[in-house]
Design a protein around this ligand. Structure first.
Ligand code: AMP
Length: 426
């Protein structure tokens, strides 16, 4: 019989869920409850072709999960018939404590709650989600999967901030990295991709030597440098604020700006809001969705154009830095909402990185697909610049030509797989 995992992703005012079959990789059903705690809430539940929308006040996460379970009961699929075996919880911050998926018990809930000071925007919702799910689905095992876990093995040189070591030790300050579930899922999919397997074979190398840069470009955005499946650097740090330009976050800024603003009369909570919610693409252009920024830029809006330039400039800088960290790049991969869908961002990043051997095949880059795919040119057998065709025809890619790829991320599937592995192994 099919076995499925209910994956829960609790936000401060939302609960996303998906019932996933980790063996086939299929999402059986899923949806979102939004505006939890507000006067009007709403749930959208999808199963196959059918979509049910229910508008009702949802006072808290307990009510949200009860509504989800009602929707499964009323509109299907029945959780029991769908073979629900476990619940997997996405938890943003595992601190230094949780470096692997962990079966949830009372002590784990306490430890995740103790980590709230490290992730005040994210971990409170995760604690609530876990508590209500353990109550309402008490017959099932629950597993916590941490967004920071993939980056736990970062080398000390990459994880350490050059601050007074007494302060960093006392306050747990280090680079933790986030979006780890996505970077882990995508970098393993890259390693297993036939084009990469063929490339390594042609070069007589093992996968432990594969040098990858992964760009997770969604509303949040982060880059990672991965060597042989292990992370060696990542752009998000102590919090998800550091690094790339994002929808509403600025990425790297001079911390001196914070003190300047506070001295100028801004309160600390206002600076926090500025950095987390009012900056990035939104701050520069007035809109945070890349599609809207594009529309504005295409209509000639100077702020939106500059926002795009800043966004791309930061990306190129990170790819260049990670090429230095890794001693070269074998595969550069784009993923998440912007990375998977916006071909102009991909070509904009790669265009000026020819010196690293990176290239874009315009036709492959602009073709729409949900599949993991190569979008770079590979030197062909005759003229040295034939597009991907050579690779598609099964010819061996030339030694040391890096690939550029698009690989759809699937954090829910990654959480479901890790949950099932743990439950089956116990
Ligand atoms: P994610 O956080 O991975 O769900 O990505 C969400 C973001 O992806 C949205 O805010 C958009 O900026 C971006 N996005 C989604 N579809 C497109 C598209 N077709 N072109 C450009 N950006 C897109």
């Amino acid at each position: 019989m099919t076995q499925t995992v209910l994956v829960l992703n609790s936000g401060s005012s939302s609960l996303k869920y998906q019932l996933v079959d980790p063996t086939s990789g299929q999402s059986v059903a899923g949806g979102i409850v939004e505006r939890i705690g507000e006067s009007t809430g709403s749930a959208t539940h999808q199963w196959g072709e059918s979509e049910t929308v229910r508008d009702a006040p949802v006072p808290d996460h307990g009510a949200a999960l009860r509504l989800v379970l009602d929707l499964f009961d009323e509109t299907g699929p029945s959780l029991a018939d769908a073979g629900i075996t476990a619940v997997g919880h996405r938890v943003v911050h595992g601190g230094a404590v949780f470096t692997e998926p962990t079966p949830v018990d009372d002590d784990v809930v306490t430890a995740v709650r103790d980590l709230i000071p490290l992730a005040p925007l994210h971990n409170p919702a995760a604690v609530k989600g876990i508590e209500v799910a353990r109550e309402l689905l008490s017959h099932l095992p629950h597993v916590a999967v941490f967004d920071t876990a993939f980056f736990a093995p970062l080398p000390a040189a990459a994880a350490t901030y050059a601050l007074d070591r007494k302060v960093t030790a006392e306050h747990g300050i280090r680079r933790y990295g986030f979006h780890g579930t996505s970077h882990g899922f995508v970098s393993s999919a890259v390693t297993a991709h036939p084009a990469v397997v063929a490339k390594l074979a042609a070069e007589g190398r093992g996968p432990e030597t594969l040098r990858q840069v992964v760009l997770h470009l969604g509303n949040g955005a982060s880059a990672s440098a991965v060597l042989g499946g292990r992370p060696v650097d990542t752009s998000m740090g102590f919090t998800p604020l550091e690094g790339l330009v994002m929808g509403t976050r600025p990425g790297d800024v001079d911390p001196g700006i914070v003190f300047h603003l506070v001295r100028a009369g801004m309160s600390a909570p206002d600076v926090d809001t500025l950095l987390n919610k009012q900056s990035g693409l939104l701050g520069m252009s007035g809109v945070n969705d890349m599609r809207e920024v594009r529309k504005l830029a295409d209509s000639g809006d100077a702020d939106a154009r500059l926002a795009l330039e800043v966004y791309l400039h930061r990306l190129r800088k990170y790819v260049g830095a990670y090429a230095a960290v890794l001693g070269g790049i074998d595969v550069l991969t784009f993923t998440a909402g912007v990375g998977e869908n916006d071909h102009r961002v991909r070509s904009g990043v790669v265009r000026d990185l020819k010196f690293l051997g990176l290239s874009i095949d315009p036709a492959a880059n602009e073709a729409r697909s949900d599949e993991a795919r190569v979008v770079s040119m590979t030197p062909g057998p005759r003229d040295g610049s034939e597009p991907l065709a050579a690779l598609r025809q099964g010819q061996e890619p030339p030694v040391e030509t890096p690939l550029v790829m698009v690989v759809p991320t699937n954090e829910e599937l990654a959480i479901a797989r890790q949950t099932m592995e743990l439950v089956e192994g116990s």
